[in-house]
Design a protein around this ligand. Structure first.
Ligand SMILES: Cc1cc2nc3c(=O)[nH]c(=O)nc-3n(C[C@H](O)[C@H](O)[C@H](O)COP(=O)(O)OP(=O)(O)OC[C@H]3O[C@@H](n4cnc5c(N)ncnc54)[C@H](O)[C@@H]3O)c2cc1C
Length: 371
């Protein structure tokens, strides 16, 4: 089977890897360069934030994907020499107002979640601001250095025989068989902005925040409601090891990297496709970082950036066939969890496209126009 994938973020690259491993001939079309949009901008926490607050369909993919991550990162290191630095550092959530729900969710889903009283927080995390009263500790949560993961994936898929075409902005499709209203047609080729044409047997849209417009350009009249949600981040540096784990409070978090870099995120902004960074976000994120780690008060952030998440109504992604064209598929809408969900999202897509037994019930991820 020959597959054209549109979009070279984590979801396009991961789908390319698994479809290629399943024997497909894969071409990936990317408008700019691969791994430069949301997948690059993200924090790389390999778990939803406050995971108990998500729909069961998100939990199902997240649990499957978290188990797949160590093997994926190990294989990529062996194949490419690039270490995506998966660190099982744990995640500490402070003063959650719904701790009882969290603990019962954890018990029901086999997740290791432990309460931490204030004195233990102080003893285990001396750099933490003293005003936090209690914590929920999930020792199994990891973070991954996502820009390196994307570099490794790109190199690995190319080695595996995927054709990656950068600078190819898909702007339309050639379609047959959809002349009669109500008939399903087929995409026969994708057209790029520079006039190139790519023949298509099967097409997968992995366009992140741009997926809705992309599907419209391909002729889908009622595409799923994927929308851009801007997230801004700040970068600091502390001595390596100083921040031992991910810490989350009041919706904001700090993430430690192996080399001492600390990421602080993130904003949630509905402002269309505007990817600029703002002074307001800088001040607000810096204040959040200080509320967690007072020792950052004598530091200027080293960098600030923004990315556009592919927002979906409750964070459940769209995975499966889409629209009235029989060979058109989607893997998009992972919202705040595209990095953690990627291995499982791509697994489900591959199972559905190749006729395998789906790794999980596919129905929650199907787009129905009446949704
Ligand atoms: C600040 C921030 C923090 C985050 N933190 C985390 C986290 O800690 N953990 C986590 O799991 N997730 C996190 N996320 C979410 C995660 O980054 C996204 O859900 C994920 O990256 C989406 O991946 P994607 O491949 O669908 O989209 P993208 O990475 O945006 O890729 C889509 C690609 O499609 C291409 N494209 C678009 N239109 C066209 C076209 N017409 N033709 C060709 N190519 C096209 C784009 O150029 C782009 O490369 C975060 C996001 C942000 C912004």
């Amino acid at each position: 089977m020959q597959v054209l994938i549109v979009g070279g973020g984590i979801n396009g690259l991961m789908s390319a890897r698994l479809l290629r491993a399943a024997g497909c001939e894969v071409t990936l079309l990317e408008r700019g360069d691969t791994g430069r949009e949301a997948s690059w901008a993200g924090g790389g926490i390999v778990s939803p934030l406050y995971p108990w607050r998500y729909a069961p369909a998100v939990t199902a993919l997240a649990q499957m994907a978290r188990q797949a991550y160590p093997r994926l990162v190990g294989e990529l290191l062996a194949e490419t020499g690039i270490d995506a630095e998966l660190e099982q550092c744990g995640m500490l959530m402070l003063d959650a107002t719904d701790a009882a729900e969290a603990l019962s969710w954890a018990a029901a889903h086999g997740e290791d979640m432990q309460r931490r009283a204030q004195d233990r927080l102080r003893a285990e995390l001396p750099g933490l601001a003293p005003h936090w009263r209690q914590g929920l500790w999930m020792p199994a949560i990891a973070n991954v250095r996502n820009p390196r993961l994307l570099k490794a994936l790109r190199e690995a898929v190319v080695q595996a025989g995927v054709r990656v075409v950068t600078g190819a902005e898909v702007t339309g499709a050639e379609v047959t068989g959809a002349e009669v209203v109500g008939d399903s047609g087929r995409v026969t080729a994708l057209k790029a902005a520079d006039g190139r044409c790519f023949e298509a047997e099967q097409v997968v849209v992995c366009g992140g925040a741009w997926s809705r417009g992309l599907l419209q350009a391909l002729g889908v009249t009622a595409p799923p409601p994927v929308r851009p949600v801007r997230g801004q981040m700040l970068l600091y540096r502390l001595p390596p090891g100083r921040l031992p784990c991910i810490v989350l409070a009041e919706g904001r978090y700090v993430i430690p990297r192996r080399d001492g870099h600390v990421l602080c995120g993130s904003t949630l902004e509905e402002c269309g496709f505007d990817k600029s960074v703002t002074e307001t976000a800088l001040l607000s994120l810096h204040a959040s970082a200080l509320r967690l780690l007072p020792e950052l008060s004598d530091q200027e952030p080293l960098a600030q950036w923004a990315g556009l998440r592919p927002g979906s109504p409750d964070g459940t992604p769209y995975i499966g066939r889409v629209g009235n064209l029989e060979n058109l598929w989607i893997n998009a809408g992972q919202f705040r969890n595209g990095l953690v969900l990627a291995p499982a999202s791509a697994r489900l897509l591959t199972d559905l496209m190749t006729g395998g037994t789906p790794c999980t019930d596919p129905s929650p991820y199907q787009w129905r126009e009446e949704d």
